[in-house]
Design a protein around this ligand. Structure first.
Ligand SMILES: Cc1cc2nc3c(=O)[nH]c(=O)nc-3n(C[C@H](O)[C@H](O)[C@H](O)COP(=O)(O)OP(=O)(O)OC[C@H]3O[C@@H](n4cnc5c(N)ncnc54)[C@H](O)[C@@H]3O)c2cc1C
Length: 286
């Protein structure tokens, strides 16, 4: 049973994030993507969880499938807002029984319409971590937002609360960002607050301007003018994709030079961009 904290203690991790498929077609396509990425020997793969439990069964089934059918350790994302203690204990019991040891503990976003809110025993990710520590011996990762979480009143408050969260967890994975300065200042600020646990940068290769515009708006990440200008110079969708892959490759190289403990790729359930970045970085392929 491979704990991500142990992997990080011995070297860099290279990992991929997937969303759980909701249809038979989606399952086949995710299976194909994971098969295409397996030769890259990822340290782990992570599977997202729909806020409020909207993908509860799909996430569980995908995590169990990765554990059973591949040689890659899975990390299960778990959001707590809209869940009771009993529901979380039930999900964790299934994972522990299957030998899964890595969880990304998240608050999740509240529903857009307050009338849709479900009963919740939790408010913040730290509430979930406290419960997980009581009922399990899991390796617990958390989310970090280099440019600050969109609901935070200011960056200093966000950093202080993140530092408290990291003190009770094992490592963090970041929201995507495009300027390395955001990552470097996050790590430096955490060090000033007494936290030196690993912070794995999240990488989003831009393959489509519209999609990243929407995601950046939701996540609080800036879509910088320099990147937009470079992408807008693309003469075809394929050219835009290539420019996006080049920009992501440069960011990865700079992050590794800056001492990042690993790279976590937001794959959007596709393998091509990640495989191209791997090749351009000269990373080993099994
Ligand atoms: C790597 C990564 C993976 C993600 N995966 C998923 C996923 O699978 N599914 C999904 O739905 N979402 C996912 N998200 C998004 C995440 O759920 C949202 O950003 C959510 O709004 C906050 O979750 P959190 O765990 O960061 O919350 P928290 O750490 O609880 O923080 C939420 C907000 O509350 C503030 N806060 C924290 N503690 C306190 C306190 N004690 N008092 C006052 N304020 C406090 C924080 O500063 C922040 O503004 C992911 C994000 C990242 C970066």
């Amino acid at each position: 049973m491979t704990r991500i904290a142990d992997l990080l203690a011995t070297g860099r991790t290279f990992s991929f994030e997937f969303s759980p498929p909701k249809s038979a077609d989606g399952s086949m396509s995710l299976g194909r993507t994971i098969a295409e990425l397996e030769p890259l020997a990822p340290s782990f793969v992570s599977v997202t969880y729909g806020a409020g439990g909207s993908t509860r069964e799909h996430t569980r089934d995908t995590v169990l499938w990765v554990q059973r059918e591949t040689s890659i350790p899975p990390m299960a994302h778990l959001t707590c807002v809209g869940h009771t203690h009993a529901e979380i204990a039930d999900i964790i019991a299934t994972y522990v029984d299957a030998g899964i040891v890595n969880v990304l503990a998240l608050a999740g976003d509240p529903p857009k319409n307050p009338a849709d809110a479900r009963p919740s025993d939790y408010t913040y990710a730290t509430d979930l971590i406290e419960h997980l520590r009581e009922i399990s011996d899991l390796c617990i990762g958390v989310a970090a937002h280099p440019e600050g979480h969109p609901r935070s009143p200011d960056l200093a408050t966000d950093r202080r609360l993140l530092a408290e969260k990291m003190k009770v967890s094992d490592f963090a994975t970041t929201q995507f960002f495009f300027d390395i300065e955001h990552y470097v200042s996050l790590v430096n600020d955490l060090a000033d607050l007494g936290v030196d646990k690993p912070v794995i940068p999240g990488i989003m290769p831009v393959t489509n301007i519209g999609q990243v515009e929407r995601m950046a708006q939701l996540s609080g990440a800036a879509f910088p003018d320099w990147l937009r200008a470079r992408l807008e110079a693309g003469t075809s969708p394929e050219h835009v994709r290539q420019i996006g892959v080049e920009a992501a490759t440069q960011l990865c190289a700079d992050l590794l030079d800056a001492g990042a403990p690993g790279l976590h790729f937001y794959t959007l359930n596709k393998s091509t961009a990640t495989r191209e970045i791997y090749a351009q970085l000269g990373l080993p392929v099994a």
